[in-house]
Ligand binder design. Structure first.
Ligand SMILES: [Zn+2]
Length: 134
């Protein structure tokens, strides 16, 4: 086996070799799956700490669980005017995160950066539109 364990079905288990291997890989700390699981846990802890944007789910509901990251594509809704603004590779870019604020700036570097509340960001135009008037 990959990790050096001696594999093989025991006489008291009717499992196939594939099942034995699968069960072993699930629990063996030396197998890459364990490293991958630990890495997923570590990354999930990081993602949990990031402020979240909104996304649209079935039945038109909005849930706030999209982690905000620099460089992300997102839609911003101006709360007062309901204007939608796309942040993406063409005009504006999310440059950084400052607590519950996104620092955004133009891709061409013109003009000053703006700080906008994360809570006014949506992962798609449809999600931003769904939030209109709410
Ligand atoms: Zn192993």
């Amino acid at each position: 086996m990959y990790c050096g364990h001696q594999g093989g079905p025991r006489e008291d288990t009717p499992a196939t070799m594939a099942d034995v291997l699968k069960a072993h890989i699930e629990v063996c700390p030396e197998h890459p799956l364990s490293h991958a699981k630990a890495e997923i846990e570590r990354l999930e802890a990081i993602v949990d700490k990031l402020p979240k944007c909104w996304r649209l789910v079935e039945n038109g509901k909005l849930v706030r669980d999209v982690p905000a990251v620099p460089g992300m594509d997102a839609w911003h809704r101006e709360p007062d005017t309901e204007t939608l603004m796309r942040f993406g590779p063409l005009a504006w870019r999310v440059r950084g995160i400052e607590r519950e604020w996104l620092r955004v700036g133009r891709v061409d570097g013109l003009g000053a950066d703006r700080l906008l509340p994360v809570i006014d960001f949506y992962d798609t135009k449809e999600a931003a539109e769904a939030a209109r008037g709410k």
